[in-house]
Design a protein around this ligand. Sequence first.
Ligand SMILES: CC(C)(COP(=O)(O)OP(=O)(O)OC[C@H]1O[C@@H](n2cnc3c(N)ncnc32)[C@H](O)[C@@H]1OP(=O)(O)O)[C@@H](O)C(=O)NCCC(=O)NCCS
Length: 168
Amino acid sequence: MLQEYTIRQFEREDIESVVEINRTCLPENYPDQFFIGLYHHAPKAFIVAECSEGICGYIMCRIERGISSFGRAPVKKGHIVSIAVTHEHRHHGVGSALVQAAMKGMREYGASEFFLEVRKTNEEAITIYEKLAYEIKRVLKGYYRDGEDAYLMVLESPPSEEEDATER
Ligand SMILES: CC(C)(COP(=O)(O)OP(=O)(O)OC[C@H]1O[C@@H](n2cnc3c(N)ncnc32)[C@H](O)[C@@H]1OP(=O)(O)O)[C@@H](O)C(=O)NCCC(=O)NCCS
């Protein structure tokens, strides 16, 4: 039973735990250098959840420039590349807290919208994203190596006036 957890930025020393969680929880696995690369790219958007036993979840993201999913203008988009929470710590809000912290970090890099790919059958993750106001934009046919389709989910979230004022 999860009592308490802390949400904080990833640190180099967390790499082993994060890689282990990724391998246990997801079929999409990456070499250590991929994780470290994303950490250098957007440290404020690489977040871990820490509970009494150690790291129990992570989220890592990339900032990409591209045409807005909501219009025609070029924008900075926050891409959620990978998120996972250890089995025994699920359903306590850790996953949602990770997404929210990562979005805050991505906004600090200027992202005004967010997107992610999720397996069509991954109801649990889709439910969380929908609760956070993400919408299914389209189906990406055969997106995964095993041939499964993905949903592309998107969320428009321009900076608040408060954030705007801080940036100036
Ligand atoms: C997706 C994942 C990160 C969610 O982590 P989590 O810590 O359990 O998430 P939360 O506790 O914040 O939210 C769980 C929510 O999912 C929904 N949910 C939980 N179980 C569900 C189920 N069996 N079916 C559908 N929705 C479900 C609920 O809305 C729940 O919210 P609630 O607890 O307020 O009712 C976690 O399940 C995971 O690591 N999965 C494996 C890796 C993965 O699929 N990553 C996403 C790839 S895109």
